[in-house]
Ligand binder design. Sequence first.
Ligand code: SF4
Length: 327
Amino acid sequence: MTNLPRAVRERLRNQFALQALELVRKQGSRDTTQKFLWRLSDHSLIESVLIPANPALYGEASDRHTLCVSTQVGCAYGCKFCASGLEGWKRDLEVEEIVEQVLAVERGSCDEGRVSGETGTRLVSNLVIMGMGEPLANYDNLLKALQILNAPWGGGIGARKITISTSGLAPQIRRLADELLQFRLAISLHGAMDETREKIMPINRRYPLRELTAACEYYQQKKGRMIKFEYILIAGVNDGLEQIKPLANLARRLNAKVNLIPYNKVEGLPWERPSEEVQEEFLKALEKAGITATLRREKGHDIDAACGQLRLKTEREFAGMGPTFER
Ligand code: SF4
């Protein structure tokens, strides 16, 4: 803007940024799930994943696109199966760093001609807050970002199309229940007994299932909304049929739907994905117990789609532990 005095331009340049994210790497898989690796102003790396609606699941082709958004750099919660927690927590994302994950993906799609910038058509119709980090540990920034993404003057994405996923921060679940906006809530459960959950999720020691369940009940009473349980099936850890009864009891009590996700192997971690037979058997047993459940045919299995994997791989490459890459 050469019509502005040089001193003003300098001041603007020093104090403001037009874009908070720089694209470092983008991977697309065969089913067009796409993973974005962003560099922040302090050179930290975060990820977002764009997932198109699956005609096989929804019956017909749809324009629906869900964006999985990160809320922290790294994560302090140390779930044993997760790549994001492997190198600990670095910092919370700022409001603009959360909002811009949506804008930057849409900007890129405009450039590729997938959506029209002129007609104002939006690409991202749904958000799942389950990328890197524990969303409810960055509560204030997340809420501000979601208010912006929800507002008619902002992103215009309906609150009911926004799912916040937590590993089980009971006090923050109660706080979220008291907010005005009607977000959907998903619990990363991954075990229906304290004994199983504690093995893979240290958070369970702070908020055991009894406390987590009470907070979910409170959320449900206040919001009248169905809760979703995310349940990553890990071979030999939580895929045994002894899990079915406690899981079904919990789901019934909270009127929750269960989403089964076969584990995505993370390099350097010992966990394995169960066989398809075991996955199917687990699903059938849950359905037989009267629970609404789905088994995710994991999209993006071939693009390091599990939370934090692309970042980890790239950081190791930067550190000289692997091959360099081209964007
Ligand atoms: S699963 Fe979520 S809460 Fe657990 S370590 Fe990974 S990012 Fe953190």
